[in-house]
Design a protein around this ligand. Structure first.
Ligand code: ATP
Length: 366
């Protein structure tokens, strides 16, 4: 494998709790990188609602350029309830980044062990470990800003294209193959749709089936989105890789975060062919910002996904091991209930939660 060991990371701390959860995350990244002879260069980049309030710009061209040039982007959270554009819509540069960098695959891992806090109980010896892939550039969200509303009627249009769907499904099958080789999944991709009611979803499913025939090494099946919501609650340990449309993925990914014990522990990545942005599923949590009480786990797990992605993208095995080690250290703090913040029933600060992960990091063997 290649000898590359240094990566440039654009860091968007953003608004609200963004800077608070980023601080321990960067410290942990430094630590785990050093253990694996990697060098990460962090370039802090301004963007967000607070920036818009003070300068009139939410995502300056120079920040967009820094994101494009970086090997990967780490993002805290963006948006504040009181800061809006003139038309009343929220400031969300993360959506602009997604569009500009063509990040079509929203990757939302859901993991849960039997001793972790969750609204569901897991049978002893079982473990939940699946990944939801949400298409992130079209679907019903294509209609963003394009809806037609009159006094008597409102219309929004859902768009599914062959090109993006093919890329999405190939991404899903590749991920399933990798998970299978790592012993984390059975190598099965489930297309989640509503093909029994809508032509657009029958089209989506048809493209999925075409891609599935090219992957005889893997299994493929389908589920309607309503049935999948039930399945995620009743037997989440059965699932491997799920792939779905933007709006369905938006809803199911919060259900996944709920299974894991809340937004504070749910990581995500938005991935394209060349670029990727790693950020927690949650927003800027203005209700708890400035208290030092935010849970950094989702941010740290997103950073672990970044290391693994960089490793696969550039064939650097040490980065894959570093990401794996960081993820497992967070998982252990959760199952051993160490350094838990308020949202998880503990009373630790953001800093203490980060420190608990750091202590375990040394003890986790990759
Ligand atoms: P957005 O629309 O920007 O995604 P949202 O309106 O869904 O955001 P969040 O900012 O995600 O809202 O917050 C939802 C709730 O979850 C809030 O009560 C918030 O305090 C809580 N929350 C979110 N993230 C965290 C975290 N990391 N630690 C603790 N609590 C959190």
């Amino acid at each position: 494998m290649s000898m590359r060991s240094s990566f440039d990371i654009a860091v968007f701390e953003g608004d609200g709790i963004g800077p608070e959860i980023m601080r321990p995350t960067l410290a942990l990244l430094d630590r785990v990188a050093r253990r694996h002879q990697l060098s990460l260069r962090f370039n802090e980049v301004p963007a967000g609602a607070a920036l818009y309030a003070s300068t009139g710009e939410a995502l300056p061209a120079a920040s967009m350029e820094a994101a494009r040039k970086a090997d990967a982007v780490l993002l805290g959270a963006m948006g504040l309830p009181d800061v809006r554009y003139d038309d009343g819509t929220e400031i969300s540069p993360q959506i602009d980044l997604r569009k500009e960098l063509h990040l079509f695959a929203g990757v939302r891992p859901v993991t849960l062990s039997e001793d972790q806090r969750s609204p569901i109980s897991i049978e002893p010896g079982r473990r939940v470990d699946f990944v939801l892939i949400r298409e992130s550039t079209e679907g019903l969200f294509w209609s963003l800003g394009r809806g037609e509303v009159t006094a008597d009627e409102a219309r929004e249009t859902l768009v599914i294209t062959r090109e993006t769907s093919q890329k999405l499904f190939r991404f899903a099958f590749d991920l399933a193959a990798r998970r299978k080789s790592e012993g984390r999944g059975t190598g099965r991709v489930t297309c989640v749709d509503k093909a029994n009611v809508f032509r657009a979803f029958a089209f989506f499913r048809g493209i999925f089936d075409e891609e599935a025939t090219k992957r005889p090494d893997l299994a493929a099946n389908h589920a309607y989105v309503d049935a999948m919501a039930l399945h995620m609650i009743q037997k989440p340990w059965d699932l491997d890789v799920l792939v779905t449309e933007n709006m369905f993925g938006d809803i199911l990914s919060d259900l996944g975060a709920g299974l894991m014990g809340g937004l504070g522990v749910a990581p995500s990545a938005d991935i394209g062919d060349q670029h990727a942005v790693f950020q927690p599923c949650h927003g800027s949590a203005p209700d708890i910002a400035g208290q030092g009480a935010a849970n950094p786990h989702a941010m740290i797990l997103s950073a672990a996904m970044m290391l693994e992605w960089l490793g696969h993208q550039h064939q650097v095995t040490t980065a894959i091991s570093a990401g794996d080690e960081l993820r497992r250290a967070v998982e252990r703090t959760l199952s051993e209930q160490r350094g838990l913040t308020r949202d998880l029933g503990g009373d630790c600060s953001t800093e203490e939660a980060g420190r608990a992960v750091a202590e375990l990091l040394e003890g986790v063997t990759a």
